[in-house]
Ligand binder design. Structure first.
Ligand SMILES: [Zn+2]
Ligand SMILES: [Zn+2]
Length: 158
Protein backbone atom coordinates (compact mmCIF):
# COMPACT_ATOMS: atom_id res chain seq x y z
CA UNK A 1 0.00 0.00 0.00
CA UNK A 2 1.32 3.42 -0.92
CA UNK A 3 0.98 6.57 1.05
CA UNK A 4 -2.42 7.85 2.09
CA UNK A 5 -2.14 11.57 2.25
CA UNK A 6 -2.84 14.84 0.54
CA UNK A 7 -0.55 15.49 -2.36
CA UNK A 8 0.58 19.02 -1.85
CA UNK A 9 3.35 18.98 -4.45
CA UNK A 10 2.54 21.50 -7.15
CA UNK A 11 4.01 20.68 -10.52
CA UNK A 12 3.61 24.23 -11.80
CA UNK A 13 4.64 27.60 -10.34
CA UNK A 14 1.86 29.98 -9.43
CA UNK A 15 3.23 32.66 -11.78
CA UNK A 16 3.00 30.26 -14.73
CA UNK A 17 -0.46 29.10 -13.66
CA UNK A 18 -1.62 32.71 -13.47
CA UNK A 19 -0.18 33.48 -16.89
CA UNK A 20 -1.91 30.48 -18.45
CA UNK A 21 -5.13 31.65 -16.85
CA UNK A 22 -4.79 35.16 -18.28
CA UNK A 23 -4.22 33.66 -21.71
CA UNK A 24 -7.22 31.38 -21.28
CA UNK A 25 -9.43 34.35 -20.44
CA UNK A 26 -8.13 36.25 -23.43
CA UNK A 27 -8.82 33.29 -25.72
CA UNK A 28 -12.39 33.27 -24.45
CA UNK A 29 -12.83 37.04 -24.66
CA UNK A 30 -13.22 37.29 -20.88
CA UNK A 31 -11.78 39.97 -18.66
CA UNK A 32 -9.15 39.29 -16.04
CA UNK A 33 -10.84 40.49 -12.86
CA UNK A 34 -9.82 40.52 -9.21
CA UNK A 35 -12.67 38.05 -8.50
CA UNK A 36 -11.30 35.60 -11.03
CA UNK A 37 -7.80 36.04 -9.69
CA UNK A 38 -9.00 35.22 -6.17
CA UNK A 39 -10.72 32.05 -7.42
CA UNK A 40 -7.48 30.97 -9.05
CA UNK A 41 -5.38 31.75 -6.01
CA UNK A 42 -7.71 29.82 -3.69
CA UNK A 43 -7.66 26.80 -5.96
CA UNK A 44 -3.91 26.87 -6.23
CA UNK A 45 -3.36 27.08 -2.50
CA UNK A 46 -5.99 24.64 -1.33
CA UNK A 47 -5.23 21.02 -0.52
CA UNK A 48 -8.93 20.23 -0.35
CA UNK A 49 -11.20 18.94 -3.05
CA UNK A 50 -13.63 21.81 -3.30
CA UNK A 51 -17.23 22.03 -4.43
CA UNK A 52 -18.09 25.26 -6.26
CA UNK A 53 -20.25 26.20 -3.28
CA UNK A 54 -17.44 25.44 -0.83
CA UNK A 55 -15.00 27.49 -2.87
CA UNK A 56 -17.50 30.33 -3.07
CA UNK A 57 -17.96 30.20 0.68
CA UNK A 58 -14.19 30.38 1.29
CA UNK A 59 -13.88 33.38 -1.00
CA UNK A 60 -16.77 35.18 0.67
CA UNK A 61 -15.16 34.57 4.04
CA UNK A 62 -11.72 35.78 3.04
CA UNK A 63 -12.74 38.57 0.69
CA UNK A 64 -16.26 39.69 1.63
CA UNK A 65 -15.64 43.06 -0.03
CA UNK A 66 -15.25 41.51 -3.48
CA UNK A 67 -18.81 40.24 -3.80
CA UNK A 68 -17.81 37.31 -5.95
CA UNK A 69 -20.93 35.74 -7.45
CA UNK A 70 -21.47 31.98 -7.47
CA UNK A 71 -22.07 32.18 -11.24
CA UNK A 72 -18.55 33.55 -11.68
CA UNK A 73 -17.20 30.62 -9.68
CA UNK A 74 -19.12 28.07 -11.80
CA UNK A 75 -18.07 29.68 -15.03
CA UNK A 76 -14.43 30.04 -14.05
CA UNK A 77 -14.26 26.43 -12.87
CA UNK A 78 -15.68 25.02 -16.06
CA UNK A 79 -13.30 27.15 -18.10
CA UNK A 80 -10.37 25.88 -16.05
CA UNK A 81 -11.59 22.31 -16.33
CA UNK A 82 -11.99 22.51 -20.10
CA UNK A 83 -8.37 23.54 -20.40
CA UNK A 84 -7.30 20.89 -17.87
CA UNK A 85 -5.92 23.41 -15.39
CA UNK A 86 -8.21 21.91 -12.79
CA UNK A 87 -9.70 18.43 -12.58
CA UNK A 88 -12.97 17.36 -11.07
CA UNK A 89 -14.28 14.33 -9.28
CA UNK A 90 -17.95 13.59 -9.28
CA UNK A 91 -19.48 12.01 -6.24
CA UNK A 92 -22.98 11.12 -7.26
CA UNK A 93 -25.92 13.35 -6.58
CA UNK A 94 -23.82 15.60 -4.39
CA UNK A 95 -22.09 17.07 -7.40
CA UNK A 96 -18.49 17.75 -8.30
CA UNK A 97 -15.35 18.60 -6.40
CA UNK A 98 -12.42 20.35 -7.95
CA UNK A 99 -8.70 20.37 -7.43
CA UNK A 100 -5.64 21.74 -9.10
CA UNK A 101 -4.68 19.77 -12.20
CA UNK A 102 -0.97 20.35 -11.68
CA UNK A 103 -0.41 18.08 -8.71
CA UNK A 104 1.60 14.92 -8.51
CA UNK A 105 -0.39 11.96 -9.79
CA UNK A 106 -2.69 10.32 -7.27
CA UNK A 107 -5.88 8.31 -7.15
CA UNK A 108 -8.96 8.83 -5.02
CA UNK A 109 -11.25 7.02 -2.64
CA UNK A 110 -14.59 8.72 -2.15
CA UNK A 111 -17.30 8.28 0.46
CA UNK A 112 -20.71 8.22 -1.21
CA UNK A 113 -22.43 9.21 2.04
CA UNK A 114 -20.51 12.27 3.26
CA UNK A 115 -18.49 13.04 0.14
CA UNK A 116 -15.13 12.93 1.92
CA UNK A 117 -12.22 12.23 -0.40
CA UNK A 118 -8.84 10.71 0.36
CA UNK A 119 -5.90 10.50 -1.98
CA UNK A 120 -3.56 7.57 -2.41
CA UNK A 121 -0.87 6.14 -4.62
CA UNK A 122 -0.26 2.43 -4.91
CA UNK A 123 2.75 1.50 -7.00
CA UNK A 124 1.35 -1.93 -7.80
CA UNK A 125 -1.86 -0.45 -9.22
CA UNK A 126 0.16 2.13 -11.12
CA UNK A 127 2.40 -0.44 -12.80
CA UNK A 128 -0.46 -2.90 -13.44
CA UNK A 129 -2.29 -0.21 -15.36
CA UNK A 130 0.76 0.47 -17.52
CA UNK A 131 1.12 -3.26 -18.18
CA UNK A 132 -2.54 -3.63 -19.12
CA UNK A 133 -2.26 -0.76 -21.57
CA UNK A 134 0.91 -2.30 -23.03
CA UNK A 135 -0.69 -5.72 -23.37
CA UNK A 136 -3.57 -4.12 -25.26
CA UNK A 137 -1.12 -2.38 -27.56
CA UNK A 138 -1.49 1.07 -26.04
CA UNK A 139 0.97 3.64 -24.88
CA UNK A 140 -0.62 4.86 -21.70
CA UNK A 141 -1.01 8.60 -21.38
CA UNK A 142 -2.99 8.95 -18.20
CA UNK A 143 -5.61 7.34 -16.06
CA UNK A 144 -7.93 8.19 -13.27
CA UNK A 145 -8.94 5.73 -10.62
CA UNK A 146 -11.70 6.26 -8.14
CA UNK A 147 -12.85 3.90 -5.46
CA UNK A 148 -16.35 4.58 -4.13
CA UNK A 149 -17.45 3.36 -0.74
CA UNK A 150 -18.59 4.25 2.73
CA UNK A 151 -15.99 5.73 5.06
CA UNK A 152 -15.35 4.60 8.61
CA UNK A 153 -17.09 7.57 10.19
CA UNK A 154 -20.26 7.00 8.13
CA UNK A 155 -20.29 3.26 8.90
CA UNK A 156 -20.65 3.98 12.59
CA UNK A 157 -23.40 6.58 12.08
CA UNK A 158 -27.01 5.44 12.11
ZN1 LIG B 1 -3.00 6.21 -10.33
ZN1 LIG C 1 -6.96 14.72 -5.37
Amino acid sequence: MGSLTNFTERTVEYAKFLNDFKQLLKDNSLKFTIQREVILEMLYNSDEHLTPEGLHHLIQEKHPDLNTGIATVYRTLSLLEDSEMVTSLSFGAQGKKYELGAKDHHDHIICTKCGSISEFVDEEIESRQKKIAEELGFIMQEHSMQIYGICKACQTKK
